[in-house]
Design a protein around this ligand. Structure first.
Ligand SMILES: Nc1ncnc2c1ncn2[C@@H]1O[C@H](COP(=O)(O)OP(=O)(O)OP(=O)(O)O)[C@@H](O)[C@H]1O
Ligand SMILES: [Mg+2]
Length: 234
């Protein structure tokens, strides 16, 4: 697809579509370390578009508002065009990644209830963590909106955790981005192995982008993304 772009990030392109809608094209690029590492992984865009679409449909089925409308082609989603909030919202079921580096929390510790964190999308500042006060001051979200976002995050976890568990997979954590449509807060962006941590139950085998972060070869990463999609949809 070669038409005009509204925005292009490291892994997706937003293009204009009919009034109120946009096309979200998933590229084959994979990046880590705020873009410090970058590769092209043929097939990844299609897998991530399909994975996202599947999971957005699951959420819609549970009454959670998402931007998902349908597929335009195998790597391009038709979405409701949202006014995106430049905040990454993370829900953690099991501790891994940045939280065990920042805080005296051990790898693999269970959070009960799950914990939610907010980060500013700002690569040059390495996505700093935000609290309600920062978000109000920066006019990102009011406290009321942040509390609504937390409710939606718990709803998404209540849908996805058991679904993955039924496939022998454990959802360690996930990240969502939200946008505004009128005065509604809507789940936008993507739900993929770039934005979730998923481990095989029992073996602890990693299936998500941590493989790439830890330096696995690209074919191993591609196979993991493919296996996840196959198990999810089986
Ligand atoms: N429904 C939507 N309406 C409008 N913009 C959207 C929608 N869903 C996602 N976007 C935007 O699409 C853009 C491109 O996504 P992409 O993930 O590639 O870029 P990014 O998030 O800016 O950078 P990064 O590579 O750090 O994720 C993002 O700015 C994201 O906020
Ligand atoms: Mg992104």
């Amino acid at each position: 697809m070669g038409s005009a772009k509204i925005a292009e990030g490291k892994t997706k392109i937003v293009r204009p579509y009919r009034e109120g809608y946009a096309l979200l094209e998933f590229k084959d690029d994979i990046t880590a370390g705020d873009g410090a590492r970058h590769d092209v992984l043929p097939g990844k865009g299609v897998l991530n578009a399909q994975t996202s679409a599947y999971l957005f449909r699951v959420l819609e089925g549970k009454g959670i508002s998402t931007h998902y409308v349908g597929m335009y082609d195998e790597r391009t989603m038709i979405v409701k065009y949202l006014k995106m909030i430049p905040v990454e919202v993370v829900l953690r079921n099991i501790a891994t990644g940045s939280v065990v580096k920042r805080l005296p929390i051990n790898e693999g510790e269970r959070f009960d209830p799950p914990i939610i964190e907010f980060f500013l999308k700002d690569d040059s500042r390495h996505d700093p963590m935000l609290n309600y006060h920062h978000m109000e001051h920066l006019k990102l979200m009011t406290r009321k909106e942040a509390e609504r976002v937390e409710e939606i995050m718990y709803g998404v976890n209540d849908a996805l955790f058991p679904l993955l568990k039924s496939k022998g997979l454990i959802l360690y954590d996930f990240k969502l981005e939200f946008g505004r449509l009128g005065d509604e807060l809507v789940v936008g962006d993507e739900i993929t192995l770039d934005s979730m941590r998923v481990r095989e139950e029992g073996t602890g085998r990693i299936l998500d982008k941590d493989l790439y972060r830890k330096g696995a070869d690209l074919e191993t990463v591609r196979k993991a993304y493919e296996e996840f999609y196959r198990r999810l949809t089986s």
